[in-house]
Design a protein around this ligand. Structure first.
Ligand SMILES: [Fe+2]
Length: 328
């Protein structure tokens, strides 16, 4: 039973509000849709916001927003949370939140969610045309991937797309994209990155170039095995924000698809990590640094989730957003 249609927004606490606005506007190419003294909303289309920035003393994820398929679905989520013993509260503050019918709760992994019915629609998108199609997904860290997988499937009706051992699980919603949420093994309640879908591979490359020019590029372009997407990551080290731009993200229309259980390793995170296979002719193949997928800390986890043929086992836990190689 589909309850959640899509990811709607991410809300960050940031110490330097203007710096964070500049990152999302000038680097990420979103545009401000509403500004208050301590809160700024930004969007990439005619939905009121994809990102909300709240001034805080401590930076970090405050909330993830997901749009429910309808009001009845929100009632169903509330009933499921009751059965799971998870506290929740209703909220209907259009003037403050810019969404209606909100249900807020904190998941057992520590992440707060806002499941809502509708978001304000703007007359037109204020954002420049940069080939950005939509806000696609969030990747969060959880202490227990199996437990998180059970919670999000039971409470929100999300479907499992693929798993990389017990390091990352990808979960999809009604819009059928390979994942609207991924849970990666790491420090509970933290966000690795959000992702935006772009329309063409050239858009990925252009964001790569823009990231290099602005000092925001976090690794090279990668090819993810699980979602089949080609991605690049930009980051803001001051506020610890990571943003992925990806193209070619698979959609899964078959609701019965339960996903693959994929071996962790660098060529899972980045199919191109091994380079071309060496030819049998003389001449050494170029050595590729093991474990480098280019992207985020969640990708580092997936690169090292299990011993690989070409590298020693390394089960170091990711501890923060450091953008160096990812999943999706
Ligand atoms: Fe991603």
């Amino acid at each position: 039973m589909t309850l959640i249609e899509e990811m709607g927004h991410a809300t960050y606490g940031v110490r330097d509000l203007e710096h964070a606005v500049e990152f999302f506007r000038d680097v990420c190419q979103l545009e401000v849709s509403e500004r208050r003294p301590d809160t700024v909303f930004l969007t990439g289309d005619n939905r009121h916001h994809w990102v909300r920035l709240d001034r805080r003393d401590t930076p970090g994820l405050l909330r993830l927003g997901y749009r429910a398929v309808d009001a009845a679905a929100i009632d169903e989520v509330a009933a499921r949370l009751d059965r799971l013993g998870v506290a929740h509260r209703r909220r209907d503050d259009l003037a403050g939140d810019r969404v209606t019918g909100a249900l807020r709760f904190q998941a057992p992994d520590g992440v707060e969610y806002e499941i809502y019915e509708q978001m304000l629609t703007l007359p037109a998108s204020p954002a420049p045309a940069r080939g950005i199609a939509c806000l696609l997904h969030a990747v969060i860290f959880v202490p227990d991937v199996a437990a998180a997988r059970a919670f999000y499937t039971e409470a929100l009706g999300m479907l499992v797309s693929d798993r990389i051992e017990e390091v990352i699980t990808f979960l999809r919603c009604g819009n059928e994209y390979h994942h609207s949420l991924a849970v990666a093994r790491g420090q509970a309640g933290t966000l690795d990155h959000i992702a935006m879908l772009v329309e063409d591979i050239e858009d990925v490359l252009r964001f790569r170039a823009h990231g290099a020019l602005t000092g925001s590029l976090a690794g090279d372009v990668v090819k993810h095995v699980a979602s089949n997407s080609v991605s690049v990551y930009l980051s803001d080290q001051i506020e610890g924000i990571g943003v992925e731009y990806c193209n070619g993200h698979d959609r899964i229309a078959d609701q019965s698809y339960g996903g693959r259980l994929i071996k962790a390793g660098p060529t899972t995170v980045n199919a191109w990590a091994g380079g071309f296979a060496a030819r049998p002719e003389p001449g050494p193949g170029r050595a590729v640094p093991p474990g480098h997928g280019g992207g985020t800390a969640a990708g580092d986890a997936a690169s090292h989730g299990a011993p690989d043929d070409n590298e020693p086992a390394d089960t170091a836990e990711p501890s923060s957003v450091e953008l160096s190689s990812v999943e999706s």
